[in-house]
Design a protein around this ligand. Structure first.
Ligand code: F6R
Length: 259
C-alpha cells in the first residue's frame, strides 16, 4: 500500500483523476470500478472535463440503495448519470450499477458477480471511505470474503448520507446492495480517496490499524496494489506520515505526479 498526502482536497482530487485518466489511456477498454458519494463528485467533474475517452470502457459501481428505482433522483444510478455517464462518451449498456429495485436481490447480486467475472474482472477500483469504515456499503462485521449482497446500513452511514436526502435521515434507505469486500479485493488495483477532517480517524484505522471486519476498509491492507490518497486534513492521525511522504518523494513511479 502507498499513502499519499496532498496539500489540499483539490490536489488530492487532481491526483486521483490523473491516475484514472492515465489508466484509461494505457488501456482504453479498461473495466472500471466506480464509487459514489460527495468525495467522488469532483473526480467525475475532472474526468468529464478531460480529453480521455470512455468509449471502450465498461464500468461497475460499488453499490445501490435497496428500494430506489434507477430513475429516482436519490439513486446511485441517477448520481452516475448526472455526474459522469451523461457527460462522457461511455456506452450506456456498458455501465453497471447493482439493481437495488430487483424483486429477487439474491439473484441480482449473483448476476452482478457473474457480469464482473465475464468482463474479465475490474482493472481499477475507485473507493471512498465512510465514517463507519465502510468501503462500498460494507458496514462493520462485513466478512473480508464477502461477495455482492444486501446489507443493512448503520445509523452513522445513514446520518452521513442524509445530506443527499434533503438533510432528512428518515428518507435514507435502510439497506443497500453492495459489492462485497472480497469482490473489491479481486480488482487488480485499488485507489482510495479521502478528504476532510471527518475522515482522519477512520483513515488512520483503515491504514494503520488491525485488519478487522469492524473496519471493512482495513481489508485494503491485504491488497497487493493499493493507493490511498488523502489531503492534509484526512492525514492528521497517520503515525507513519514521514515515511509515506518519503516514499512519494523518492519512488520513480510518482515522479510525474509530484507537481
Ligand atoms: C458509495 C460508497 C461509499 C462512499 C463513502 C464516502 O458508492 O462506496 O463507500 O464512498 O460513504 O462517501 P462521501 O464521499 O460522501 O463521504
Amino acid at each position: 500500500m502507498e499513502v499519499i498526502t496532498r496539500p489540499s482536497a483539490k490536489h488530492a482530487v487532481d491526483l486521483v483523476a490523473r491516475l484514472l485518466a492515465d489508466r484509461i489511456r494505457a488501456k482504453p477498454d479498461a473495466v472500471l470500478g466506480l464509487a459514489t458519494g460527495r468525495t467522488m463528485e469532483r473526480i467525475y467533474e475532472q474526468l468529464a472535463g478531460s480529453d480521455v475517452s470512455f468509449k471502450r470502457c465498461r464500468s461497475f459501481n460499488l453499490d445501490e440503495y435497496i428500494g430506489l428505482l434507477p430513475e429516482d433522483v436519490h439513486s446511485y444510478r441517477h448520481y452516475m448519470h448526472t455526474h459522469l455517464f451523461s457527460k462522457v462518451d461511455i456506452v450506456a449498456a456498458n455501465t453497471h450499477v447493482p439493481d437495488g429495485s430487483a424483486s429477487n436481490l439474491k439473484e441480482a447480486a449473483e448476476r452482478y458477480e457473474r457480469l464482473i467475472e465475464e468482463s474479465g474482472g475490474i482493472d481499477v477500483q475507485l473507493l471512498g471511505i465512510g465514517e463507519a469504515g465502510h468501503i462500498g456499503f460494507n458496514e462493520p462485521l462485513s466478512s473480508i470474503m464477502s461477495r455482492t449482497r444486501d446489507k443493512s446500513l448503520t445509523p452513522t452511514t445513514r446520518a452521513q448520507n442524509a445530506v443527499m436526502f434533503d438533510g432528512d435521515v428518515d428518507k435514507v434507505p435502510k439497506r443497500a446492495l453492495t459489492m462485497g469486500v472480497g469482490t473489491i479485493l479481486d480488482a487488480r488495483e485499488l485507489i482510495l480517496l479521502a478528504t476532510g477532517s471527518a475522515k482522519a480517524a477512520i483513515i488512520a484505522q483503515a491504514v494503520e490499524g488491525p485488519i478487522t471486519s469492524m473496519v471493512s476498509a482495513s481489508a485494503i491492507q491485504l491488497h497487493p496494489c493499493c493507493k490511498v490518497i488523502v489531503d492534509e486534513e484526512a492525514a492528521t492521525q497517520l503515525r507513519g506520515r514521514d515515511y509515506y511522504d518519503f516514499v512519494f518523494e523518492h519512488e520513480p513511479e510518482w515522479e510525474c505526479y509530484r507537481n
